[in-house]
Design a protein around this ligand. Structure first.
Ligand SMILES: [Zn+2]
Length: 300
């Protein structure tokens, strides 16, 4: 029997793809969620973050992140104008906490990975090196106006259980902000089993907006706003796929080696990459089909 969907609980799920000979992704045909089953052990995942969790922050990456963060704070204030305190769960090197602080929030970060936490210490912010479960256990009455999970929820072994705990620590009318790869995206539609964010065992659950909504509904949280965004490299990935498919069709027709001609053709794209892709990338976001999903949930 196929596993039921961890988000919408539908049993209309099917085998999707097996990776590294051991991690099997299933796909829900109701909410489109793609999820690992069986869920990798807690031990295999925690060892992943102790030793392998690396990060690099380029200048371009930082500028993009700053622009995104400004947009996030504006949206949060449009839904909840009086929000003052913010907790960033999985705060990494602390960039978002720093930006929240600059935007006027009293911000705190929690980060379980030691190396990322240590990196955050160079900033004038407050961060704690802990799992969020342990932090809430120690601070059972602590509540926040905003709790953010940025590229965190896809890593959780039991997202509903985790979000229930997190939601308990939100004030009434508080905002739970979740940013995660969007499975209901053009990027996934073209990449399928080659999808950029299929990276087991780190990425356990890949959500659509409907997957997030299904869990939120069971927690009694309403949806404030749903948005998506994309990066130029996602646009290029889509273009490369389409181009490769076309080249493949042509080569098959003349009996050429598809692989060879496809790879030489894709080398002609750097101009598009540098100049056209950034301008056209917003096209991917039409119909909230962008590569990265942002949901703002409001606690009633
Ligand atoms: Zn589902």
């Amino acid at each position: 029997m196929n596993p039921s969907c961890p988000a919408c609980q539908s049993t209309r799920t099917a085998y999707f793809h097996k990776m590294m000979n051991q991690f099997t992704y299933y796909r829900c045909s109701s909410c489109k969620m793609v999820f690992l089953h069986p869920v990798p052990s807690a031990k295999s995942i925690s060892s992943l973050y102790d030793t392998h969790y690396e990060f690099t922050v380029s200048d371009r990456g930082k500028r993009r992140f700053e622009a995104q963060a400004a947009h996030i704070f504006t949206t949060i204030r449009s839904i909840s104008p009086d929000a003052k305190t913010l907790l960033d769960v999985g705060s990494g090197p602390g960039t978002f906490v720093e930006m929240a602080q600059s935007a006027g929030f009293t911000a705190l970060g929690i980060e379980p990975a030691k190396n990322l936490y240590q990196e955050s210490l160079r900033l004038p912010i407050t961060t704690i090196n802990a799992e969020f479960e342990a932090y809430f256990k120690k601070n059972p009455r602590k509540k926040f106006d905003v709790i953010s999970l940025i590229h965190v929820v896809e890593h959780l072994r039991n997202p509903e259980k985790a979000l229930r705990l997190i939601a308990n620590h939100l004030h009434k009318n508080g905002i739970l902000f979740i940013e995660t790869p969007n499975i209901d995206s053009h990027l996934f539609d073209v990449e399928q089993t080659q999808y950029t964010f299929l990276t087991p065992p780190a990425h356990i659950n890949l959500f659509s907006a409907n997957s997030v909504k299904a869990i939120a509904q069971r927690l009694g949280i309403s949806i404030g706003t749903v948005a998506t965004y994309s990066y130029p490299e996602h646009f290029m990935a889509v273009i490369r796929r389409i181009k490769r498919a076309e080249v493949g069709k042509k080569s098959a027709a003349v009996g050429n080696s598809t692989k060879h001609s496809a790879s030489t053709q894709t080398h002609t794209l750097p101009f598009i990459d540098a100049h056209i892709a950034p301008a056209l990338t917003p096209i991917l976001n039409i119909g909230t089909k962008g590569s990265i999903l942002q949901t703002y949930l409001k606690k009633n």
